[in-house]
Ligand binder design. Structure first.
Ligand SMILES: C[S@@+](CC[C@H](N)C(=O)[O-])C[C@H]1O[C@@H](n2cnc3c(N)ncnc32)[C@H](O)[C@@H]1O
Length: 212
C-alpha cells in the first residue's frame, strides 16, 4: 500500500485526482489499443509463460490485451488506487492479475519478471536521484535475460503532462540509459499519440534485453 504520510502520499493524491477528474478514458494518455506495446512484446519474443509487470500501468488496457492473448502471470503496479480499482473492476476478480498499489520509487520487488513495461512513467522523473532509484528497481525486478519496454515523451514532445514537468528522450538517450542498467536496446520506435482531446504527442519507444 502507498504510504500516504510521506511525499508519496502527495503523488498518490495527484494521480487519483487525475483519474477521478477526467475518468479513465478521458486522461490525456488514454489509448484504446496498446498497439505498439503488443508489437514490441511480440518482437522481443516474450512468451505467454513469462511474468510481465506493467509499472505505472494505471487503468491502461494493456493488461486486458495480455490476458486476452494468453498471458497468465501479469502484474500491474501503480501509485493510484483509483486507477487500479477501475482496472480491477473492469477485468473482474478472477483475472490472473496481481495488482500492486505501490509507489515504484519505494518498492522492493519480491520476485523477478520476464518483461518490465513502462509507458509514460519514467519521463516524470525530473530528479536524477529518482531516475537512479527507478533504474535500480528495474535492474532488481527483471530476470536474467529478461526484457524491457520503455515509452517516454520524445525530445520534442510536451514539457508538461498532467500538470507535472517531464523530461523528453530520444531513442539514443534511452539506449544509453538502459546500457548503464545492463540492457541492450534492440528496437526503437517513434509514435504520435493522439490524446482524447485531439492533441498530438510524440513518443519514443525502446525495447531491450538484459545483458546479464
Ligand atoms: C501518464 S500515466 C500512464 C499510465 C499507463 N502506463 C498508460 O499507458 O495508460 C502515468 C501513470 O504512472 C503512475 N505513477 C506515477 N508516478 C508513479 C510512481 N512513483 N509509482 C507508481 N506509479 C506511478 C500514475 O498513477 C499513472 O497511472
Amino acid at each position: 500500500m502507498t504510504d500516504r504520510s510521506t511525499g508519496a502520499g502527495d503523488r498518490a493524491d495527484h494521480w487519483d485526482s487525475a483519474y477521478q477528474d477526467r475518468g479513465t478514458h478521458g486522461v490525456s494518455w488514454f489509448q484504446p489499443d496498446p498497439t505498439v506495446s503488443m508489437e514490441l512484446i511480440e518482437m522481443l519474443g516474450v512468451s505467454t509463460d513469462d511474468a510481465v509487470i506493467d509499472v505505472g500501468g494505471g487503468a491502461s488496457l494493456l493488461v486486458d490485451s495480455l490476458i486476452g492473448r494468453g498471458w497468465s502471470d501479469v502484474t500491474v503496479l501503480d501509485i493510484s488506487h483509483t486507477a487500479l480499482e477501475a482496472a480491477r473492476e473492469r477485468l473482474g476478480s478472477d483475472a490472473p492479475v496481481t495488482w500492486l498499489d505501490q509507489d515504484l520509487l519505494t518498492w522492493s520487488p519480491e520476485r523477478r519478471y520476464g518483461l518490465w513495461h513502462d509507458r509514460a512513467v519514467f519521463h516524470f522523473l525530473v530528479d536524477a536521484a529518482e531516475r537512479e532509484t527507478y533504474l535500480r528497481v528495474l535492474r532488481a525486478a527483471v530476470a536474467p535475460g529478461g526484457s524491457v519496454i520503455l515509452a517516454t515523451f520524445a525530445s520534442d514532445g510536451p514539457e508538461y503532462c498532467s500538470g507535472l514537468p517531464v523530461v523528453g528522450y530520444s531513442a539514443e538517450d534511452l539506449a544509453t540509459i538502459l546500457a548503464g542498467t545492463d540492457f541492450e536496446v534492440v528496437e526503437s520506435r517513434c509514435e504520435e499519440h493522439t490524446t482524447p482531446g485531439g492533441a498530438v504527442q510524440p513518443f519514443t519507444w525502446v525495447a531491450g534485453r538484459a545483458t546479464r
